[in-house]
Design a protein around this ligand. Structure first.
Ligand SMILES: Cc1cc2nc3c(=O)[nH]c(=O)nc-3n(C[C@H](O)[C@H](O)[C@H](O)COP(=O)(O)O)c2cc1C
Length: 358
């Protein structure tokens, strides 16, 4: 048996393998209403048929102004809850678990999707003023409104309500998007948080927004696993570091989080990210050694042999794939064949297509 195809249990919930689909925005709510539709059903459903262990659905905003673009999915109302239900039912009928990535873009909100325009969307374009921990804009984006202390508490309420809706929408897990320079990361990083209230200053204060959110979510979602995606480094002097990430992850674990999904970058423009095969593995490896909770890795993992080797040679628990899965939605089935693993979750309809027979 390989490690890749060994099941893994997180807070009592077992995923059939350790190939998980990374969250990927589809920008496909054509009505700009945040309601998932047939695109999401076919896109996510294909990856369940394709044998993934867990499918992390795209960054889904907890409130309208938290969307990266007007075409993002949302979970701030009941129509959105209803739309996710059949999608989650389908994913689960095909043996995968479904996670939602709860998100708020903060000062990186209100931009065009790549195929509809370029850069920031002004109010005349149908965009809006973003909100953030800071009043400083991300280069060439709209200038945000700095949330008052009271508004930060209201923002935590929005995240907690979105988590509660996610339970009713039929998700198995929630992931908090605390990476890539979006709102939670804007609180965590000293580069974007110069606040003087209880949400700024010390490391503990900068983490308060996230830790409070985790505590309150844990109280309303029962035993549903909580995942957190971090950018483990800002790649910039004076920014958030792997050591900071380990400390914040420990606080989150104590507050009720279960697994840490490690990514990097995104808080400021112009930094050099050392992109290459498995480029974020060293970050995940270090955190997996530091933390009690399971840790995942993602980023240019493109072969079954590479994926298996990462799990064999480190304490990392799970591999996530993003772009590979866009090219090849059934890649987990292919990887099982390549590694000589017999799996019993080829869809019945597709058994005649299994690799070894002809
Ligand atoms: C089309 C696309 C959309 C993405 N959307 C998200 C997202 O919604 N949330 C997120 O945390 N990362 C997002 N990412 C980053 C991926 O989850 C992943 O971390 C990154 O692509 C590196 O993994 P890969 O080399 O396997 O693609 C996106 C990436 C792509 C290609």
């Amino acid at each position: 048996m390989t490690k890749l195809f060994e099941p893994i249990t997180v807070r009592g919930l077992t995923a059939r393998n350790r190939i998980w689909i990374a969250p990927m925005c589809q920008y496909s709510c054509e009505n700009k209403d945040g309601i998932a539709n047939t695109w999401h059903m076919v896109h996510l459903g294909s990856r369940a048929i394709g044998g993934a262990g867990v499918i992390i659905c795209e960054a889904t905003s907890v409130s309208p102004e938290g969307r990266i673009s007007p075409w993002d999915t949302g979970i701030w109302n009941e129509d959105q809850v209803l739309a996710w239900q059949p999608i989650n039912k389908f994913i689960k009928e095909h043996g995968a678990l479904s996670a939602i990535q709860l998100a708020h873009a903060g000062r990186k909100a209100s931009i065009f999707r790549a195929w509809s325009g370029d850069g920031a969307m002004t109010e005349t374009d149908g965009g809006w003023q973003p909100v953030s921990a800071t009043a400083e804009a991300f280069p060439e984006y709209n200038t945000p409104h700095e949330l008052s202390t009271e508004e930060v508490y209201q923002m935590i309420d929005s995240w907690v309500s979105a988590a509660e809706r996610s339970v009713r929408a039929g998700f198995d897990m929630v992931e908090i998007h605390a990476a890539h320079g979006y709102l939670v990361h804007q609180f965590l990083s000293p580069l974007t948080n110069q606040r003087s209230d209880e949400f700024g200053g010390s490391a503990e204060n900068r983490a308060r927004f996230l830790v409070e959110m985790v505590k309150r979510m844990r109280a309303v979602i029962g035993e549903m696993p909580i995942l957190i995606r971090f950018s483990a480094t800002d790649y910039q002097e004076g920014g958030f570091t792997v050591a900071d990430c380990a400390e914040v992850a420990r606080w989150c674990y104590e507050a009720g989080a279960d697994l840490f999904d490690i990514s990097s970058g995104g808080i400021i423009a112009g930094v050099k990210i050392p992109v290459g095969p498995g480029y974020q593995v060293p970050l995940s490896k270090e955190l997996a050694e530091e933390l009690e909770a399971p840790v995942t890795t993602v980023g240019l993992i493109t072969s079954s042999e590479q994926a298996e080797r990462i799990l064999q040679e480190t304490e990392i628990d799970v591999i996530m794939i993003g772009r590979l899965s866009l090219r090849d939605p059934y890649w987990p089935l292919r990887a099982a064949h390549e590694l000589g693993v017999e799996i019993d979750y080829w869809p019945n309809q597709y058994v005649r297509g299994t690799y070894p027979s002809d």
